[in-house]
Design a protein around this ligand. Structure first.
Ligand SMILES: Nc1ncnc2c1ncn2[C@@H]1O[C@H](COP(=O)(O)OP(=O)(O)OP(=O)(O)O)[C@@H](O)[C@H]1O
Length: 259
């Protein structure tokens, strides 16, 4: 992590795809050391928001800044640095990575790219794999031969290996089975805390958000409609979407009986 904490700020974001607006005035702040969840029902706009925050998609209105500099308008000579500081793990995992490269080559490429962008990396492929519960034997596997869950795990390993200041995860462990998810979520949490990485996790998976985040923002009707520690929100939900979610969950994860 850089000596100075990073601040990602989204102001009054509006976005859509030509139909009804998907985002209609989203404001949020993510700082180094934060662990924030973005919760909302399917199709509410979580991925859209993550793509805009990470600079992969433009908002129709409003803006996103990283330490005061607009993310989408970073000067060419600073783009690599911004990409290394602010990493996004997309819902589709490692799209864009050469499927013929081995896992080891892919991780070493990520280290190299991060170093070129001025980051300090530990260059430890085994440690990078261990965070996502993959054994060292995976280094010789070609990326194209990995299962969906393994691809998701490699995508997270690649993002973490470059030691970003801020990490955006979009539905990160959907293809990983529950027994592994617990271990991986705990490892991610420990690494993110140790490095002071600011984490934003978009998911409709309450269990995962409980494990990974300190605070959750609920997205509904294009806006953040409520926020707070997950269990507090589920205990006393204000928005109908949060109420519905709380009623659909077992009490063990903070759910509550229907009113
Ligand atoms: N490329 C696109 N073209 C048209 N509509 C889109 C496109 N991408 C997303 N949408 C629509 O925008 C809305 C928000 O989609 P988005 O993927 O951001 O939601 P989400 O909350 O991430 O959903 P999920 O939890 O199911 O992944 C949805 O109604 C979706 O159908």
């Amino acid at each position: 992590m850089s000596a100075t904490p990073a601040v990602l700020q989204a102001t009054d974001l509006h976005a859509g795809y030509g139909g009804p607006p998907v985002l209609a005035g989203v404001n949020l702040t993510l700082r180094s050391g934060d662990a924030i969840g973005l919760l909302g029902r399917s199709g509410v706009g979580k991925s859209t928001l993550v793509e805009i925050l990470g600079g992969a998609m433009r908002a129709h209105q409003g803006h996103v800044t990283l330490d005061g500099v607009p993310v989408g308008k970073t000067p060419r000579h600073r783009r690599k640095e911004v990409k290394a500081r602010l990493r996004t793990v997309h819902q589709n995992g490692i799209a864009g990575v050469d499927s013929q490269r081995t896992v080891e080559q892919t991780i070493l490429d990520a280290f190299k790219e991060a170093r070129r962008a001025g980051r300090t990396t530990n260059n430890d492929v085994e440690a990078a794999l261990a965070v996502v519960g993959l054994p060292i034997g995976f280094v010789t596997r070609r990326v194209g031969t990995l299962s969906g869950g393994e691809r998701q795990r490699i995508a997270i390993a690649l993002a973490l290996a470059t030691r970003p200041d801020l990490l955006l995860l979009d539905e990160p462990l959907t293809a990983v089975d529950q027994s592994m998810r617990e271990e991986i979520a705990d490892d991610i949490r420990a690494l993110v805390r140790a490095d002071g990485i600011g984490l934003l996790v978009a998911s409709h998976d309450v269990w995962l958000l409980d494990r990974l985040t300190d605070r959750v923002l609920v997205l509904a009707e294009g806006r953040i409609v409520e926020s707070g520690p997950l269990r507090d929100l589920l205990r006393d939900p204000q928005h109908p979407d949060t109420q519905q979610l709380a009623e659909s969950l077992p009490e063990a994860v903070g759910g509550r009986p229907p009113r």
